[in-house]
Ligand binder design. Structure first.
Ligand SMILES: [Zn+2]
Ligand SMILES: [Zn+2]
Length: 251
């Protein structure tokens, strides 16, 4: 779906959740150079849906010039190896997450917090709990991928009138957000989520340094943007940075 001129969310990409499949937002930026920039690469198995969508909007996989990964988590990098291969694109990530992506640093284990599972299955027995965890962990494995460019934050891209890469640590040490002033848009990765009319910060159980994440939220709240697209949840259109400033105290 094209949410703003030249800004697409790939249709039909889902990941396993405790209550069933949840959709995620892989973004494609269709720049005026005839090439595409992809932001995040989906969970394992997302490759076909992404390539189908690229065809649907009149491009080919080889038109993807770069894949920018907001952070190393497997729901963002599970499809990366396959997509890097099928597109020939460069892989860009923040230097503090790059080692988890290329396999030179072991990924911290993913532990699905009990309360997140209980939110969907309040009556789950310990056996069911183990079963659900096993199913989710099996669906969430990523193979190492070469990182072509290690970012620090502050880089500028000539895409859609300009795009600034912002280091927004906390959820992971190398988490990135992308700011596109000409589209009035912040791509927030897992820094923010908008769902059922509520704007929230990164998920507590999966966030490495909540204080740093809070500082990152403050940092982006100083920007001005109408629209916000996080990787999970919906697209917030209209007054997004004002809403963030208003809601920040509750996060
Ligand atoms: Zn994450
Ligand atoms: Zn995520």
């Amino acid at each position: 779906m094209e949410i703003l001129s030249g800004v697409h969310i790939v249709d039909n990409v889902v990941m396993p959740g405790p209550g069933g499949a949840n959709s995620v937002n892989i973004v494609l930026l269709a720049g005026d150079d005839g090439r595409l920039t992809m932001v995040d690469a989906g969970p394992p198995g997302a490759e076909d849906a992404v390539c189908d969508y690229i065809g649907k909007i009149g491009y080919q996989p080889a038109d993807v010039k770069r894949i920018i990964v907001t952070h190393h988590h497997v729901d963002h990098t599970g499809g990366l190896a396959g997509l890097a291969q099928r597109t020939g694109a460069e892989v860009w990530a923040h230097r503090e997450d790059a080692g988890f992506i290329d396999g030179s640093v072991p990924r911290p284990p993913v532990v699905f917090p009990e309360d997140r599972i209980r939110a969907f299955m309040p009556e789950a027995t310990p056996e069911q709990m183990t079963e659900i965890r096993k199913r989710m962990e099996q669906g969430m494995k990523a193979v190492p991928v070469r990182v072509d460019l290690r970012l620090s934050g502050g880089e500028e891209l000539a895409v859609l009138g300009g795009c600034t890469i912002i280091h927004t640590p906390g959820h992971t040490p190398g988490h990135l957000s992308l700011f596109l002033p000409c589209r009035d848009l912040l791509l927030a990765g897992d820094l923010m989520r908008y769902e059922n009319g509520v704007l929230s910060g990164p998920p507590p159980g999966f966030t490495q340094d909540p204080e740093a994440a809070q500082a990152s939220l403050r940092q982006v709240s100083a920007l001005s943007f109408q629209h916000m697209c996080g990787y999970h949840g919906g697209f917030l259109s209209g007054n997004a940075s004002n809403q963030l400033r208003f809601d920040l105290e509750k996060m």
